[in-house]
Design a protein around this ligand. Structure first.
Ligand SMILES: CC(C)(COP(=O)(O)OP(=O)(O)OC[C@H]1O[C@@H](n2cnc3c(N)ncnc32)[C@H](O)[C@@H]1OP(=O)(O)O)[C@@H](O)C(=O)NCCC(=O)NCCS
Length: 183
């Protein structure tokens, strides 16, 4: 099955919203409103096959140095065919074109991002994200996401220390996502 990755258009928004919010209802990603998707439409790419819309992904530029891969979703019936990786690599190529140096993702699927070349890091090493957006995230008191980082200049991010907290809740609120006090 041939799959094209292309910039998103207004006509894709209903499919993007249904797919993203279907996974959000299962707590697998953050929900997005129609207004949000319209406002950020130029950040999105979609995957399209002969049967139509198969998935989407966005690249949000946070600083002159750093961008975030967000809202990655592939239709369940199209999974396991390399479409997720193609979507992420399209966003990485766009980050490169823009002259950015680092791309990260917060995810419940860290192994998937490893397969795309990202390495595990700590949100503490991404203060541009953790200081501005995490404090208002609905998951801030129970953050179970892994921060995955890719350097575009060919260097490898410093490995995570064994004792280094990964998620926002333990790192900044001093509690485990389940509510216990962190040691
Ligand atoms: C995660 C998701 C985007 C993967 O899309 P996909 O098209 O099935 O993935 P791909 O076929 O491109 O997989 C690329 C590689 O990652 C691996 N992989 C895919 N999903 C994985 C997962 N959940 N955990 C571990 N590895 C995974 C594949 O086996 C493949 O490995 P390979 O390099 O050995 O071939 C898709 O399953 C999805 O939409 N999940 C629900 C929403 C979600 O979790 N989004 C991510 C939020 S950041």
């Amino acid at each position: 099955m041939s799959v094209a990755i292309r910039p998103a258009r207004v006509e894709d928004v209903d499919d993007m919203r249904a797919l993203i919010n279907g996974y959000a209802a299962e707590d697998r990603m953050l929900e997005r409103s129609r207004d949000f998707l319209i406002e950020h439409l130029r950040d999105f790419v979609v995957a399209e096959g002969s049967s139509g819309f198969l998935g989407c992904c966005s690249l949000a530029v946070l600083t002159p140095d750093l961008a975030e891969v967000r809202s990655l979703a592939v239709r369940p019936e199209a999974s396991g065919r390399g479409i997720g990786r193609q979507l992420v690599l399209a966003c990485v190529a766009e980050a490169r074109r823009l002259g950015l140096r680092r791309v990260f993702a917060l995810t419940l699927s860290p192994q998937f991002f490893e397969r795309c070349g990202f390495v595990l890091t700590s949100l503490g090493r991404l203060p541009e994200k953790s200081a501005s957006e995490c404090p208002v995230c609905p998951k801030r008191f129970a953050c179970d996401e892994h921060a995955m980082l890719l350097h575009l200049d060919g260097t490898v991010p410093e490995p995570l220390a064994a004792s280094e907290p990964v998620g926002y809740t333990r790192l900044f609120l001093g509690v485990e996502p389940g509510g216990r006090s962190a040691p």
